[in-house]
Write a protein that binds this ligand. Structure first.
Ligand code: ZN
Length: 648
């Protein structure tokens, strides 16, 4: 929790050119800076940064945002992480906000769970090495599996006695709270009594990256059909399955050093490989990888190698997370262990150095591997093959960082070769998927779901206007909704006439036009603006730029123009007349409002025509026809005003 003062301090120091320029090579062009977009692949720069407006915008893929959203998107930081990064950069000391009572309560619960887990780990480890039952059953089992004592101590393995409540009684005697004990999953309640949950099992503590114990895996020793092989900690304040990579604490330095992370399925795979001296290894528990897990890996390395046994369902599960891995910029390889063995048994049989050699020699590129498997499945069926082509293009399209451009090209070349299709065709297809995905993301940010877009064939769009220009206007509908907010944010506080400001004019006109705005999020900006303005504050684009609601800030940025492009007609129209570019903003405001008015006129014409279709008296017919003439005249006049200024 960062205090509001600190946030303000950070925001006041931000220099967008300096920050973005640290990641993207920028060149000055007029008042703006230009560079190659880091979010899509391009050869000619269309990524524009405006120091005056403190925003960036890409005219290639449409991404836009402020310094913080740049860090969030480019570096995959959370909002708070981006603020902390900036604070460190500008030497701003972070003042932490007082935790809310709920947050403090949650923190206290978490602390209690950590303490109980530490107590439990010590109890189980002590039992394993020092108690008779522990040594006879637990320790001898682990030794039989080939683990030495050193590695058991490194991973803090343990044993829970096969008795009713030995641990529960010890924990209660040590004054631990029964409710929290249940929440850790170490004990369960049976008829008012606490009994041990992991009876007769060997215990694998699970650590977070900082080494704190967040939970346990408990493995059965004698196989028993009725009992599960493993019991794991239930989800609680500190044990969140989707964020856990087993072994990340013990492996982190080795991953950093090797610049590679090996991923296996189970606890024993991790421990065996460690014992063999291969320490850059973690386990996902056999489920598909989550975004949190991928980001955890990416903190240390960009190279992920998945090691699974060949005919295991786990391979498919691991594959499911891979599209995300590509988006996170991870380079993913796959190694399949042969002969129905797993990494644990395989490294034991062939030894560490042979294992290393095997991994190095059998790394398959995961995209090409998937492609080969899918192609084999498709056989001679050309429909299925077409689906495979689409699938691989979509996958390759997810490699979307500019620094991975070469990698993407390589994939296109190799995939085209495997598929025996033309490289250029696949390239076009990949680009299509990139555009689609970005458009989808954009739409999501702008909350497009509640915005009906006029499509060709949509009767509401085609009902009235007939000529091409009018149609164009309807397709520009979304743009002109945004335009109204834009002129308000950009020019709101400039003079409209001698007495009033642009904001007065726009807000006044808007009272009539509000029902035309389909994107309700835009109305949120408008309402906020109005509130602030009426309170005598001076709202501007900056007020929204760093609004704490990221979605709102993104939307505000997306309506802003980094360079107002005047159409040639417009320039012609004004050159030598009003002549000062300073006055052009009024024309910008006027034409934006005209678009909206024109839309209003079309809507009224539709209603009028619908009325004409209903039965009516002679008198009513005259009225309706008159209204129609009147609206037609308004349309003509608005189109004329707009045409002279805007249309080419
Ligand atoms: Zn771009």
């Amino acid at each position: 929790m960062i205090s509001q003062q600190t946030i303000q301090q950070i925001l006041s120091r931000i220099d967008i050119i300096e920050i973005v320029g640290g990641f993207v090579k920028l060149k000055k062009r007029g008042t703006n800076y230009l560079g190659l977009c880091p979010f899509h692949n391009e050869k000619t720069p269309s990524f524009t940064v405006s120091p005056a407006k403190e925003i960036y915008k890409c005219f290639g893929c449409g991404r836009s945002g402020n310094t913080i959203s740049f860090l969030m998107e480019h570096e995959k930081y959370s909002y708070v992480e981006a603020l902390r990064w900036l604070a460190a950069r500008y030497n701003v000391e972070i003042e932490e906000k007082e935790l809310s009572p709920e947050a403090r309560q949650q923190q206290q619960v978490a602390d209690s769970l950590y303490i109980i887990n530490t107590f439990a780990q010590k109890f189980f480890t002590d039992t394993l090495f020092n108690a008779e039952e522990g040594r006879d059953i637990g320790l001898s089992y682990l030794k039989e599996r080939g683990f030495n004592e050193e590695i058991m101590r490194k991973f803090q393995l343990g044993y829970c006695p096969d008795q009713r409540d030995v641990f529960a009684r010890a924990a209660l005697a040590a004054q631990y709270n029964a409710e929290y004990l249940i929440r850790t999953g170490l004990v369960v309640q049976r008829e008012e009594k606490l009994i041990d949950n992991y009876r007769g099992r060997v215990i694998f503590p699970v650590h977070n990256q900082t080494g704190k114990i967040i939970g346990f895996g408990a493995r059965i020793i004698r196989s028993n059909d009725r009992a599960p092989k493993y019991i794991n900690t239930p989800e609680n304040e500190i044990y969140v399955k989707s964020k856990i990579l087993y072994g990340s604490y013990q492996a982190r330095q080795a991953i950093d050093k090797a610049d590679e992370c090996l991923l296996v399925e189970g606890y024993t795979d991790v421990i065996s490989l460690h014992q063999a001296g291969i320490e850059n290894v973690v386990a996902s528990g056999g489920t598909s990888l989550t975004l949190d897990q991928l980001r955890l890996i990416r903190k240390y390395t960009h190279h992920l190698t998945i090691i699974y046994d060949g005919d295991n369902a786990g391979v498919k599960a691991a594959m499911r997370g891979l599209d995300m891995a590509l988006e996170e910029g991870l380079d993913v390889k796959l190694v399949l262990i042969p002969d129905k063995e797993d990494p644990d048994s395989y490294v034991r049989r062939i030894g560490a150095s042979a294992f290393r050699e095997f991994i190095a020699a059998n790394k398959k590129d995961v995209i090409l591997f998937q492609l080969e498997v899918a192609l084999k499945d498709a056989g001679g069926d050309s429909n299925k093959k077409a689906a495979v082509v689409n699938q691989v293009a979509e996958t390759i399209a997810r490699i979307n960082k500019a620094e991975d451009f070469t990698r993407q090209q390589d994939y296109i070349r190799q995939s085209a070769e495997i598929l025996r299709i033309e490289e250029t065709g696949l390239y076009t297809l990949v680009n299509k998927f990139i555009r689609e995905r970005i458009a989808k993301q954009e739409a999501k940010t702008a909350n497009a779901a509640d915005r009906p877009v006029s499509e060709p064939g949509d009767p509401s769009a085609l009902a009235v206007p007939s000529d091409e220009d009018s149609l164009n206007l309807l397709f520009r509908h979304e743009q002109n909704e945004r335009g109204m907010i834009r002129v308000l944010l950009e020019y709101g506080l400039r003079a409209w006439d001698e007495q009033t400001l642009v904001a007065d004019y726009v807000l006044g006109e808007f009272a009539e036009l509000a029902d035309l705005i389909d994107n309700k999020r835009l109305l949120t900006i408008l309402d906020l603006f109005k509130d602030w303005y009426q309170q005598g504050l001076e709202p501007s684009s900056k007020s929204f730029l760093y609004h704490e609601d990221q979605e709102l800030s993104t939307l505000a940025v997306s309506v802003m123009d980094v360079h107002l492009e005047l159409s040639p007609n417009w320039k012609e129209h004004y050159e030598g007349k009003i002549a000062t570019p300073d006055e052009l903003y009024k024309e910008d405001v006027l034409s934006t409002m005209r678009y909206l008015k024109l839309r209003k006129v079309y809507r009224l014409m539709e209603e009028n025509q619908a009325d004409l279709g209903k039965p009516h008296s002679e008198e009513e017919l005259m009225m309706l026809l008159q209204t129609h003439m009147h609206l037609k005249e308004m349309e003509r006049s608005l189109l004329q005003d707009l045409g002279t200024v805007i249309f080419k």
